[in-house]
Design a binder for this molecule. Structure first.
Ligand SMILES: CC(=O)N[C@H]1[C@@H](OP(=O)(O)OP(=O)(O)OC[C@H]2O[C@@H](n3ccc(=O)[nH]c3=O)[C@H](O)[C@@H]2O)O[C@H](CO)[C@@H](O)[C@@H]1O
Ligand SMILES: C=C(OP(=O)(O)O)C(=O)O
Length: 474
C-alpha cells in the first residue's frame, strides 16, 4: 500500500454554469436491461423442507457502500472488516480502483488507500450499475474540490432522482450541473466546500450519507436537518468519527458537522451486520414454519420485524446480545400464523427492503393483510412473479392486499424471474415454502445483496442449488 500522500494532479476546473433549479433530476441510467441468456445462472429450489440450525449474518451491504466511498476522505491505509463479498461491493471497489485507489481484499477484510487517487471521474458504466457508486460525489468534492459522476443505477423500484444530493451540495458551496448524462460539480470558490445549512425535504439515506461525507471536509460548520436515521447512516458517522471527523447527532434527525480542510486519517473499522439479510432469514424461518438462530445481529435494528413476527405468532428469543432465535414451529396441530398489516417508512419504521419478503410470508398466514409501500413508488412489480406460486394478491398502486391462507394449501413451485434484489429473494422464500420445484431466473439481482445465499440456506437444510448452464457454442 502506498503511504506517501501525493497531491492530486487535477487540472483546475473550468467554471461550470449553475444547474437550473429543477425539483428532480431523474437518473436516466438504471441497471442494464435484464439479460436472461442461456448461460445466466438460476436458482433451483425444491420446497417444503423445514429449516434448522444457525446462520451467520454477513456485513451490511448498505453500510459497506458509503463507508467504502468515505475512504476517499482518508489518507493512509483504511482497513475495513466484515465487508460482504457481493457484486455491489465488488463494483464499489472497482469504482474506487477507477479513481486510482489501491485496494487489497482478503476474506472479508478490505484495505483501501486513496492517497494516489488521480481522477475525480469514476468509471461511468460502474456508477450506472449500483446506487451506492453515486455517493463518491460527496467525498470527491470535499477532498478535491470537484467531481464528475454518472447517474446511479441500483434496483429499478422507482424514479430515484438525485435532486436532494444536488441541492445539498449547492448549500455547501458547490456549483453543480447535469451535462452529457453526468453530474459535474466543483467548489464555487475554486478551493473547497464551505460549511452550510440544509434541510432535506425527505430523509434520503444516500443523500444524508453523501452530504455527511462532503461536510466533514468542508470549511466550517454544517447543519443538516430532517436527515435519515438508518443504522447505516450511524455506521458511516462512527467510521468518520473514528478517523478524526467531528459529527454529532447521528441517529437523530439533525446532524452537526464541524469540517476540516485536511483529509481524515485511516483506521481499522468493522462494518455492522446486515439487518436486511438478518430480516430475510427471520422471514425464511417463519415462511417454512421452522426454528433457526442467527448471529451477529443487532436486535434494535430489526425491532419492527420482530414485533410483526410476534404478532403473527412466532416466538423470538434473544440468547445473547447478538444471537437471535426465530421459531415458527406450531405449538400444536391446527395452529396457524396470523396475517398482519405493514406500512414501510424510513427508520425506525418498517424497512422497505424487507417489504417483498414480508409479502411472501403473508401469503402463508391466516386472513387478509395489507402491505403499503411508502418509500419507493414502484416496488410492487415482483408481485406478478409471486402470484405464479398461486396465492391471491391484489395490487392497487403501492398497496398489496394479500388474501392469506395457511401454508399447506397455498404455494406451488413455479418458474419465475427476479427483477430486483428484494423482490428476487422473496421468490426464493416462496420457493422454500412451496410444494414442488421452483426455478428462479435473474439471479444477478439477488447476488447484489446476499453473500453465499444458497450455501447459507443449504446449511439450514434447504434444498437450493445454483444451476449454471454450460455456455453453448455460437
Ligand atoms: C445503497 C443503499 O444504501 N440503498 C438503500 C438506500 O437507498 P437510497 O439512498 O437510494 O434511498 P433514499 O432514502 O434516498 O430514497 C428514499 C426516497 O427518496 C427519494 N429521493 C431520494 C434522493 C433524492 O435526491 N430525491 C428523492 O426524491 C427516492 O426516490 C425514494 O422515493 O435507502 C433505501 C431506503 O431505505 C433502501 O431501500 C436502499 O436499499
Ligand atoms: C434497493 C436496494 O438497494 P440499492 O439502493 O442498492 O438499489 C436494496 O438493497 O434493497
Amino acid at each position: 500500500m502506498a503511504s506517501t500522500p501525493t497531491p492530486h494532479s487535477l487540472s483546475p476546473p473550468n467554471p461550470l454554469p449553475h444547474l437550473p433549479e429543477t425539483p428532480h433530476l431523474t437518473p436516466t441510467l438504471q441497471l442494464p436491461p435484464k439479460t436472461l441468456t442461456a448461460t445466466a445462472p438460476k436458482l433451483a429450489v425444491s420446497g417444503g423442507h423445514s429449516l434448522a440450525g444457525h446462520v451467520t449474518i454477513s456485513g451490511s451491504k448498505n453500510s459497506s457502500l458509503p463507508i467504502l466511498a468515505a475512504t476517499l476522505c482518508c489518507s493512509g491505509d483504511t482497513k475495513l472488516k466484515n465487508v460482504p463479498d457481493l457484486s455491489d461491493t465488488r463494483a464499489m471497489l472497482s469504482i474506487l480502483g477507477s479513481l486510482g485507489a489501491e485496494i487489497e481484499s482478503f476474506g472479508g477484510d478490505v484495505v483501501v488507500n486513496t492517497d494516489r487517487v488521480g481522477s475525480v471521474e469514476p468509471c461511468l458504466d460502474l456508477i450506472g450499475k449500483i446506487r451506492g457508486g453515486f455517493f463518491v460525489i460527496g467525498p470527491l468534492l470535499g477532498r478535491f474540490g470537484e467531481a464528475v459522476v454518472g447517474l446511479p443505477g441500483g434496483c429499478d423500484i422507482g424514479a430515484r432522482p438525485v435532486d436532494l444530493y444536488v441541492r445539498g451540495l449547492r448549500a455547501l458551496g458547490a456549483i453543480v450541473e447535469l451535462r452529457d448524462g453526468k453530474i459535474r460539480a466543483q467548489a464555487a470558490n475554486g478551493k473547497g466546500l464551505v460549511g452550510g445549512r440544509f434541510r432535506f425535504d425527505y430523509a434520503s439515506v444516500g443523500a444524508t450519507e453523501t452530504l455527511m461525507m462532503a461536510a466533514c471536509m468542508a470549511d466550517g460548520e454544517t447543519v443538516l436537518s430532517n436527515v435519515a436515521q438508518e443504522p447505516e447512516v450511524v455506521d458511516l458517522a462512527r467510521f468518520l468519527i473514528d478517523n478524526g471527523a467531528c459529527v454529532e447527532g447521528a441517529g437523530t434527525d439533525k446532524l452537526v458537522i464541524k469540517g476540516r480542510s485536511r483529509s481524515l486519517h485511516g483506521s481499522e473499522y468493522t462494518i455492522i451486520p446486515d439487518r436486511i439479510e438478518a430480516g430475510t432469514f427471520m422471514l425464511a424461518a417463519a415462511i417454512t414454519r421452522s426454528c433457526i438462530s442467527m448471529s451477529p445481529i443487532v436486535p434494535s435494528h430489526v425491532s419492527c420485524l420482530i414485533n410483526k413476527l410476534v404478532t403473527a405468532g412466532c416466538k423470538i428469543t434473544r440468547h445473547t446480545p447478538d444471537i437471535l432465535e426465530v421459531s415458527a414451529i406450531p405449538a400444536k396441530i391446527g395452529d396457524v400464523l396470523r396475517g398482519f398489516d405493514v406500512k414501510t417508512s424510513p427508520f425506525p419504521g418498517f424497512p422497505t427492503d424487507l417489504q417483498p419478503q414480508t409479502t411472501a410470508l403473508l401469503t402463508t398466514c391466516d386472513g387478509l393483510s395489507v402491505v403499503e409501500e411508502s418509500v419507493f413508488e414502484n416496488r410492487m412489480s415482483y408481485v406478478t412473479e409471486l402470484q405464479k406460486f398461486g396465492p391471491r394478491i391484489q395490487v392497487c398502486g403501492s398497496t398489496a392486499l394479500v388474501f392469506g391462507k395457511d401454508r399447506a394449501s397455498v404455494l406451488h413451485g413455479s418458474q419465475v424471474v427476479a427483477s430486483d434484489l428484494r423482490g428476487g429473494v422473496s421468490l426464493v422464500l416462496a420457493g422454500l415454502a412451496a410444494e414442488g420445484n421452483t426455478e428462479i431466473d435473474g439471479v444477478a439481482h439477488i447476488d447484489r445483496g446476499y453473500e453465499n445465499l444458497e450455501m447459507k440456506l443449504q446449511l439450514l437444510g434447504a434444498d437450493v442449488k445454483r444451476l449454471i448452464p454450460a455456455a453453448t457454442a455460437p
